[in-house]
Design a protein around this ligand. Sequence first.
Ligand code: FMN
Length: 166
Amino acid sequence: MKSLVVYYSRYGNTARLADALLDALRKKGETDITQIEYMDNRQNIIMRTFYRLFPMFVKLAPVKTDLTDYDLLCIGIPVWGGRPSAPVTKYLLLTKNTIGKKAICFYVYGFKESAKRCSKYVKSFLKKKGFSSIENIFIHWDDVGNEASLNQSISEAIIKVSSHKT
Ligand SMILES: Cc1cc2nc3c(=O)[nH]c(=O)nc-3n(C[C@H](O)[C@H](O)[C@H](O)COP(=O)(O)O)c2cc1C
């Protein structure tokens, strides 16, 4: 199974989770990692609010969007305003050759209910893009440093996603 870990992280929590996932996946097979970034990182709060409402207008720095070579996309999602942070939504809009691929969505959140709502939105989005199976990992931003529980959640998600047939 070849995997791609993709994440956006403004404050570093989702990045820590992405690194832990990368370590776990590399024990199973070839895994690449790439970070989603704004083309211009100097947005003010007005621009960020605008992008929250209209993520299609976000301009991303170059990032791998073609999933042809991969079986599994792991996408790191900081929850903002009950939705994925705007660069993640824009990334998902740009992804190509997604039909039949597996996904692990890893959410870093402040409020569980909000993260659950966000995951429903992402799941329906990924289904429309033809992903065959979707597993979720939810980590409160306060728990990102809890290595044992992080690794437990990661290995459970990897086992579940590996058991799904393509
Ligand atoms: C402007 C802002 C809005 C946020 N909105 C939400 C939200 O709606 N729901 C939630 O569960 N967490 C929310 N959070 C908490 C973030 O999900 C949390 O801080 C996360 O760790 C950010 O990821 P990062 O450290 O990788 O940037 C928000 C945080 C910020 C700064």
